[in-house]
Design a protein around this ligand. Structure first.
Ligand SMILES: Cc1cc2nc3c(=O)[nH]c(=O)nc-3n(C[C@H](O)[C@H](O)[C@H](O)COP(=O)(O)OP(=O)(O)OC[C@H]3O[C@@H](n4cnc5c(N)ncnc54)[C@H](O)[C@@H]3O)c2cc1C
Length: 385
């Protein structure tokens, strides 16, 4: 399929593919097995200016948009979903700063994110606030010189490895959604520590930790935007970031499709290659259709984000839901057509299947996002009545 990418976009995509194949492919299984953070790969990505892609030019970035970021995430995920997650989480942790940060905040943090010398993270989820994000309990009480944070964040990607955290906390417990604010918190801030490191089913080379805040004083100038605006900024941020999860899903599905074609071509049973069996061809063809449909939706949504359009919620949710469901189905079917070999850790497919699952869960579970899509449909219907 021709997606009419610009020369620059094609260069970015092929550079990301080269890094994935030359640097990530040889170590992905070991990093997954050891649940080890991919520091050497992060360095390779930084040296190739990959972290500059989503940072504006004024702050030492390359000024790319959602589509450029999706192209990189897709190519990384085609080889390793875990490393794609660690990379994408830095973009997620930077979006609010890029969109709503003060000039001083951007000057202070973005150049080091662009160079890849400091990773970022986004911290919203808490033990009692997952899908129901409005139930967060972490507080930020006004004090001399800033705000004092108390609370625990759970399941935070890049937790412990990132240096810069966008943390959501309640500055006014009485105001619900209008009582939450966003703060930039640096790793070595007194009162900020890390709790449990999660042991996960998939994306095991990415780190997922608890963040613990105990009387952690954050300077007033580290608040992003205005007090009480966090949830409005989060909605916008997730509209912009969900195509990235879709891209991760497309990359995973593409990797699984290619591995399944390779295996079924060389595996012989009943005197013929598996791929010459009509039933296997049927499964592979269906996988290819699904991957291409997901890619088309993700790219179209990323282009819509980059157009500056304001109504992004529905399309963004659709791209994430569709692509992640495709990734789960395609990776599962890929394991199936490869039989016992697909199930074994000597082959990449069982990892791809494990890695795909998270794309249906994070940045809004697919059930919650289907609720979101349905409520947009109802709103539109109400407007036409
Ligand atoms: C590996 C990993 C990395 C993550 N990284 C980050 C991160 O970097 N930053 C961050 O802030 N968070 C992060 N998260 C948190 C993630 O966004 C949440 O896990 C997700 O939003 C779901 O919340 P939950 O796990 O509490 O599930 P729950 O909210 O407890 O939901 C459990 C199930 O119930 C369903 N459900 C819940 N409410 C509804 C509803 N109203 N209608 C229909 N079904 C519903 C869900 O779909 C789900 O299937 C991460 C999670 C994981 C697992």
């Amino acid at each position: 399929m021709e997606y009419f990418l610009s020369d620059k976009q094609k260069t970015i995509k092929s550079l990301a593919r080269r890094i994935a194949e030359e640097k990530i492919l040889p170590v992905r299984a070991e990093l997954d097995e050891k649940e080890e953070f991919p520091w050497a790969i992060i360095k390779d990505l930084a040296n190739a200016d990959m972290f500059r892609i989503f940072v504006p030019k004024e702050y030492e970035g390359l000024g790319g948009g959602c589509l450029e970021l999706c192209l990189v995430v897709e190519e990384l995920a085609r080889v390793c979903g875990g490393i794609a997650t660690s990379f994408a989480a830095t973009a997620l942790g930077s979006f609010m700063l890029i969109d709503q940060g003060s000039e001083a905040q951007k000057q202070r943090y973005l150049p080091s994110i662009a160079s890849g010398s400091r990773l970022a993270a986004f911290a919203l989820t808490e033990p009692t606030a997952g899908s129901d994000a409005l139930a967060i309990k972490t507080t930020a009480d006004k004090a001399e010189g800033g705000y004092v944070l108390n609370g625990t964040k759970q399941f935070i990607t890049n937790g412990g490895d990132a240096e810069i955290y966008t943390v959501i906390a309640l500055t006014d417990k009485t105001k619900g959604a209008r009582g939450a604010s966003a703060f930039l918190v640096e790793k070595d801030t007194p009162g900020f520590s890390f709790g449990k490191k999660e042991k996960k089913m998939g994306i095991r080379s990415s780190s997922t930790r608890e963040l613990v805040f105990r009387n952690c004083l954050v300077p007033e100038e580290n608040m992003i935007g205005k007090p009480g605006r966090a949830f409005f900024m989060i909605m916008k941020l997730l509209d912009q970031s969900r195509p990235g999860v879709g891209a991760q899903a497309v990359g995973l599905a593409q990797g699984a499709l290619e591995a399944a074609v390779d295996y079924t071509e060389q595996r012989e049973q009943f005197g013929q290659s598996l791929i010459s069996l009509p039933v296997v061809q049927d499964i592979l063809a269906e996988m290819a259709i699904q991957v291409e449909a997901a890619r088309a939706l993700v790219y179209a949504t990323a282009r819509t984000v980059d157009s500056g359009a304001s109504a992004l919620t529905e399309g963004s949710a659709m791209a994430k839901v569709f692509a992640s469901d495709v990734a789960m189905k395609v990776t599962t079917d890929a394991v199936q057509v490869c039989g016992g070999a697909g199930y074994m850790r000597d082959y990449p497919l069982e990892k791809m299947m494990r890695d795909a699952k998270i794309t249906q869960i994070y940045e809004g579970s697919n059930q919650v996002l289907r609720n979101t899509i349905a409520s947009q449909l109802r709103k539109r219907k109400a407007k036409t009545e």
